[in-house]
Design a protein around this ligand. Structure first.
Ligand code: GAP
Length: 476
C-alpha cells in the first residue's frame, strides 16, 4: 500500500467506524479541527490514562494538576509567546495562499532524491537558525518552489506571524481585556510551581504533569489530526537543581523513548531529532519522531528549558519563585526539563501503526480484512461477546459474562450476522478478544476465544475469560 493511500485509507476508516470526524461536518467542516467519535474517544482516553499513570503513578516524585485554559494575559508576555511565538511565513501573490516556510521547503525536499533533499533541509535549518529570512526566500526562489494552487513562484518576503488565538474577557465591551487561548499547557504548571511545591511538600527533583487542550492558529494545517488548531497536550515539567540539567535531559530522553517502545512499536519506527534552532527558552532540545505514512515527524519534544520560565514569571509577577534546598542550604530558581507530547499525534501514531489491510485469500476463495492491531491495553473495546444464535439461552449466558466483566473493562455485545462477519467488524475497530458462546457452552461451561492478530481460536473455561483479558490489558 503506497503511503499516500495509507493515510487516505486511515482517514476513511476513522470516519467509517466512528474514530474521528471532521468538526462541524454538516456545515462543510472547519479546517484543521476534528471531533472524536465513540471509539476515538475511548482510544484517546486510554492513551491519556496510560501516559498519566506512567508519569504520576509510576514516579513517586511526579504529581498532576489541571490548570485553566484562560490565564492572566501577562503570563504570555512573560513566557515570550506574545513576542516570539511566531512562524516565518510566505504568501503566494497569485493564489493569496500563505505557507509556513519550513513546511513549504520540506514538502519540496520530499520530492527530491534523499541526498539532495537532506542537503536542502540542512541549508534551511542553518538559515532559520540565523533568522536569515532573505536567505530563505532566496532558497525558495533558487529551487523554483511553487505554490500548489497557483503553480507560480511569485512570493512575498518572508514574515513572522503569531500563532496565538485571542479573545476578550469581561462582560462589558469597555471593561474587556484581551486574553489568549493557551498555546501550550506548560505555563499553567510554571505559575503553579510554588503552590504545588509548598502544599505537596515536594523536594527537588520533582515533576508536575498536566494534560489538556492547547490552541494554535496553524497557518498550514494538514495531515489529518497531525497538525490541528485545537489539540491536546500531555506535558510534564521536571524541576531540578541548576547544573544537573544535562544528566536529567538524558534521563528523560531515555525514559520517554522507553515509554514509546512500550507501545509495542519497533525501535526502527522512531528516531531522535536534535534541534539546531533552539526555542527562546531552551539550552538543549530534541524531538522523538515516528515514521508516519508521510515520513518521520515529531510526536514529542524534550526540552531543557533552563530557569527561563520561572525567572520570567518572577520578574513579571514580582513574586519570588525560588526553592530552598535543605541539602545545600541555598535558595535558587530551579531549572526545568520538559517532556511534551501531543495526544492527538499519539492517536495518529497508534492508528498508523495499527492499521493493516491483510489479504487472506486462499486458492478457492478471495478474502481480505482491515485490522487495527492496537496494544490490548489501549484498544477502545477489550472484549466482544458473541452468542452464536439469538436463542436457546445463549444471549443470557453472554449477557452474564458481560455483567461480570464490564466493571473492569469495556465490553461489546452483538448477536446479529454470521460469526465471521462479527469477527471482521471487531477486527476493524481493534478489539483484541472475541468470545463466542455456543451450545457446547451450556454443556461444559467453555467458550471459544478468538485472538485478533493471529485469528487463532481456543477453547477455554467461561470462568477464566475475565482473568485472561485482565492479564492481557495490564498497563504495568
Ligand atoms: N511546551 C512545549 C511545547 O508546546 P511543542 O513542540 O510546540 O512544545 C509539543 O509542542 C507537542 O505538541 C508536539 O510534539 C506535538 O506532538 C504537539 N503539537 C504541537 N502543535 C500541534 C498541533 N498544531 N496539532 C497537534 N499537535 C501538536
Amino acid at each position: 500500500m503506497a503511503n499516500d493511500n495509507k493515510l487516505q485509507n486511515i482517514i476513511g476508516h476513522c470516519k467509517e467506524y466512528g474514530f474521528v470526524f471532521q468538526s462541524s461536518e454538516i456545515y462543510d467542516g472547519l479546517s484543521a479541527v476534528y471531533d472524536y467519535g465513540q471509539l476515538g474517544v475511548e482510544l484517546k482516553r486510554n492513551i491519556r490514562d496510560y501516559w498519566w499513570r506512567s508519569m504520576t503513578q509510576m514516579h513517586d516524585n511526579i504529581v498532576g494538576i489541571d490548570a485553566a485554559i484562560f490565564m492572566h494575559p501577562t503570563v504570555w508576555k512573560a513566557s515570550g509567546h506574545v513576542d516570539n511565538f511566531s512562524d516565518p511565513m510566505i504568501d503566494n501573490k497569485d493564489s493569496q495562499k500563505r505557507y509556513r516556510v519550513d513546511h513549504l521547503i520540506e514538502g519540496f525536499a520530499e520530492t527530491l532524491d534523499k541526498e539532495k533533499g537532506d542537503a536542502m533541509l540542512q541549508q534551511m535549518d542553518q538559515l532559520l537558525a540565523a533568522n536569515d529570512f532573505a536567505g530563505i526566500k532566496q532558497l525558495i526562489e533558487d529551487n523554483k518552489i511553487s505554490c500548489a494552487i497557483s503553480g507560480t513562484c511569485n512570493w512575498t518576503d518572508v514574515r513572522q506571524f503569531n500563532l496565538m488565538f485571542s479573545t476578550e474577557i469581561g462582560s462589558v465591551a469597555e471593561e474587556a481585556n484581551v486574553i489568549y487561548l493557551r498555546p501550550e499547557t506548560a505555563q499553567g504548571i510554571f505559575v503553579n510551581f510554588l503552590n504545588v511545591q509548598k502544599t505537596g511538600r515536594m523536594k527537588i527533583p520533582f515533576g508536575i504533569a498536566q494534560t489538556g487542550k492547547a490552541f494554535r492558529n496553524e497557518i498550514v494545517a494538514r495531515g489529518f489530526i497531525f497538525r490541528m488548531r485545537e489539540f491536546e497536550q500531555m506535558e510534564m515539567q521536571f524541576f531540578i537543581k541548576p547544573g544537573t540539567q544535562k544528566e536529567w535531559y538524558e534521563y528523560w530522553k531515555e525514559t520517554r523513548m522507553k515509554w514509546h517502545l512500550s507501545l509495542g512499536i519497533g525501535a526502527d519506527k522512531y528516531r531522535f531529532h536534535d534541534h539546531v534552532k533552539l526555542a527562546h527558552y531552551a539550552d538543549a532540545a530534541c524531538d522523538i519522531e515516528y515514521d508516519f505514512p508521510m515520513g518521520f515527524k515529531e510526536v514529542e519534544g524534550i526540552h531543557s528549558r533552563t530557569d527561563f520560565d520561572l525567572k520570567q514569571h518572577q520578574q513579571y509577577s514580582g513574586k519570588k519563585l525560588t526553592y530552598f534546598d535543605t541539602d545545600i542550604n541555598q535558595h535558587y530558581v530551579p531549572y526545568v526539563i520538559e517532556t511534551s507530547i501531543g495526544l492527538d499525534r499519539t492517536v495518529m501514531m497508534l492508528l498508523s501503526e495499527a492499521y493493516k489491510e491483510e489479504d487472506l485469500s486462499t486458492a478457492d476463495k478471495q478474502d481480505n480484512r482491515v485490522v487495527l492491531s492496537f496494544p490490548p491495553m489501549l484498544a477502545p473495546v477489550k472484549l466482544a461477546v458473541l452468542p452464536l444464535t439469538k436463542k436457546d439461552g445463549l444471549p443470557e449466558i453472554a449477557r452474564e459474562l458481560i455483567d461480570q466483566c464490564k466493571p473492569y473493562f469495556k465490553c461489546f455485545y452483538e448477536e446479529k450476522d454470521s460469526i465471521g462477519k462479527r469477527y471482521r467488524r471487531q477486527d476493524a475497530i481493534g478489539t483484541p478478544f472475541c468470545v463466542t458462546i455456543d451450545h457446547q457452552t451450556k454443556e461444559d461451561q467453555t467458550v471459544t476465544i478468538r485472538y485478533r492478530d493471529s485469528m487463532t481460536q481456543e477453547r477455554i473455561a467461561l470462568a477464566d475469560v475475565k482473568a485472561l483479558v485482565m492479564d492481557k490489558i495490564k498497563m504495568f
